[in-house]
Write a new protein. Structure first.
Length: 293
């Protein structure tokens, strides 16, 4: 890969005004915060960035804006997945043209393809890419699991260069690493098990929690990569655990966007069918964030 993808890569929220319109000023402010806080990379318009409810035009504009503002200082991974192969191809080609360092493509959701369908889907997307394609396996959201053997087969494509694995199953990492013999980027997509993933040989995490604790997440992943048994690695992971648990009280990105708004980093804007965090969870979320400062 032209730029090594490793460390704490934030799955960036897309800040919005109360009416759901994209808040471009807040987006720039978030990027500056991450650049000054040690974040190692940005994922633009992934699930946390509300890709399902951004229009194609908005999707492309947010990616282009992030690439422009980051200006090569850290890698930008464009979220360009879709359950439509043609749409994913279009988004991927455009993001590569706009200067993304890599593209992140999720397993197609809702339509439940076979493994052979997944091979053809991702291969066709990679065929139009000019930058590495990172596969994204998150069966909790997509229902369909991208099996280890399918990943191994897809890795034969020269432009398929890594995976974001949100299963939390570290044994799968071991199995695939032993069978893929080219340079490949291994990224956790699960904050709860990110430390274990990196300790087992992964390169980093695409993190939701990094939205609210960028420096701490960077330091935890860095300490783990240097020495997984270090007290710093263990202590920071324990501190991050409280908010990692809060992520699950309502669907991502509801909790993280509410916390960022409570921190005055963004406004309380989120698009239907998602709503702002239920009042009954506000105190729990605030308490969890206290562990991060």
């Amino acid at each position: 890969m032209a730029k090594q993808l490793k460390g704490s890569i934030v799955a960036l929220v897309t800040p919005m005004h109360a009416d759901g319109a994209i808040d471009w000023q807040a987006l720039v402010s978030l990027l500056d915060w991450h650049l000054s806080s040690g974040t190692d990379g940005i994922v633009a318009v992934g699930t946390t960035g509300e890709s399902p409810t951004l229009s194609m035009t908005e999707h492309q504009k947010v990616i282009a804006k992030i690439i422009e503002h980051v200006d090569g200082r850290i890698p930008v991974i464009a979220g360009t997945g879709s359950n439509s192969t043609a749409e994913a191809m279009k988004l991927t080609a455009q993001a590569c043209t706009d200067g993304a360092d890599a593209c992140l493509s999720v397993v197609p959701y809702y339509n439940k393809p076979t493994q052979q369908g997944l091979i053809r889907h991702f291969s066709m997307i990679a065929d139009v890419a000019t930058k590495p394609l990172i596969l994204y396996n998150v069966p909790a959201r997509t229902i369909t699991d991208l099996t280890d053997d399918t990943v191994i087969k897809l890795a034969e494509h020269p432009l398929i260069g890594g995976i974001k694995d949100a299963t939390g199953d570290i044994g799968r990492l071991h199995y695939m690493m032993e069978r893929i013999d080219k340079e490949f980027t291994w990224l956790s997509g699960d904050d709860t098990t990110a430390r274990e993933y990196v300790a087992a040989g992964g390169h980093g995490v695409i993190s939701v929690t990094a939205n609210i604790a960028p420096r701490m997440m960077h330091n935890m992943i860095e300490a783990t990569a240097e020495n997984a048994s270090s007290p710093t690695s263990i202590e920071l992971d324990q501190q991050l655990a409280a908010f990692n648990r809060v992520q699950g009280i309502e669907a991502n990105p509801i909790p993280v966007k509410w916390v960022l708004a409570d921190m005055s980093r963004i406004q309380h804007g989120i698009r239907l069918p998602l709503l702002s965090l239920s009042f009954s969870y506000h105190e729990q979320a605030r308490t969890a964030v206290e562990h991060l400062h």
